[in-house]
Design a protein around this ligand. Structure first.
Ligand code: CO8
Length: 257
């Protein structure tokens, strides 16, 4: 792979994906997105991997879709390329996916971070949807996910002005989970991942699916969905092990079965 680096054993049960086009601030060209799609598919099937961290480098998580690659395209070119199947794949990833963001997370970069389940940010992170400044608008979920995350007023301001917000502001608005000094952002993401990796992978997948459902349905339907997934956890060996370990006052050993 040219634009992505993958370490399937970054930590026990944790895989790390690095976006790797540093000179272009990790601008998301088609090849990078295609590499990301197949990597996520592979990691989702890898039984040893329980949590995935997606990161860039200190200067940029990703400065957006590749403007140079898009500049000359027509609407029909964009339609035919169907790059959104990649974004659908990211959304379909069953395992918890944490974005570790430092520097720029702009346009498609901000949308990519928001497509992950949680965001750990360095204090130098900057989030924004600056597409309006180049005559377009967000196209990979920015108007929808940003609005759900930070509310209409602020989302409208960011989408219509293209202004960036700092990591601290992003924390204040609920876009990110935590902000840490720049030299620690990957470590902080790894700590969060390690905590999740100790849980039952079956329960983690079902719980992730249920939380995401809250954005796609009304309350009764969501509660019904949650209940079914809750029942389903009782089909796992992990449920037996987790509850038995509690009774025996020891740490559970989850296997994902
Ligand atoms: N696309 C292509 N190249 C880029 C991009 C980008 N999005 N961002 C930066 N680069 C390149 C620059 O052209 C430059 O290359 P070169 O050295 O060859 O000129 C290099 O990266 C370094 O960038 P700068 O010199 O500009 O660095 P600065 O520190 O001065 O500025 C900024 C950093 C503020 C991040 C600036 O680069 C910038 O404004 N970038 C563009 C941000 C942007 O508008 N993003 C939105 C893009 S559109 C989009 O994301 C739509 C998504 C919807 C669909 C998704 C489908 C995949």
């Amino acid at each position: 792979m040219e634009f992505i680096k993958v370490n399937t054993q970054y930590k026990k049960h944790i895989a790390l994906i690095n976006l790797n086009r540093p000179k272009e601030l990790n601008a998301l060209n088609l090849q990078l997105m295609s590499e990301l799609k197949s990597t996520l598919q592979t990691l989702d099937e890898d039984e040893d991997v329980r949590v995935i961290i997606l990161t860039g480098n200190e200067k940029a998580f990703a400065a957006g879709a590749d403007i140079k690659q898009m500049a000359g395209k027509t609407a029909i070119d964009m339609l035919n390329v169907d790059q959104f199947s990649t974004w659908d794949q990211i959304k379909k990833t069953k395992k918890p996916l944490i974005a570790a963001v430092s520097g720029f997370a702009l346009g498609g970069g901000c949308e990519l971070a928001m497509t992950c389940d949680m965001i750990v940010a360095s204090e130098s992170a900057k989030f924004g949807q600056p597409e309006i400044k180049i005559g377009v608008m967000p196209g990979a979920g920015g108007t929808q996910r940003l609005t759900r995350a930070i509310g209409k007023a602020k989302a409208m301001e960011l989408v219509l002005t293209g202004n960036f917000i700092s990591a601290e502001e992003a924390l204040h608005y609920g876009l990110v989970n935590k902000v840490v000094p720049t030299e620690m952002y990957l470590e902080a993401a790894a700590e969060l991942a390690e905590q999740i990796a100790q849980m039952s992978p079956v329960a983690a997948k079902l719980a992730k699916e249920s939380v995401n459902r809250a954005f796609e349905t009304h309350l009764d339907e969501g509660l019904h969905f949650e209940r079914k997934n809750f029942y389903l956890t009782f089909a796992s060996e992990d449920q037996k092990e987790g509850m038995k370990a509690f009774v025996e006052k020891r740490k559970p050993e989850f296997t994902g079965k």
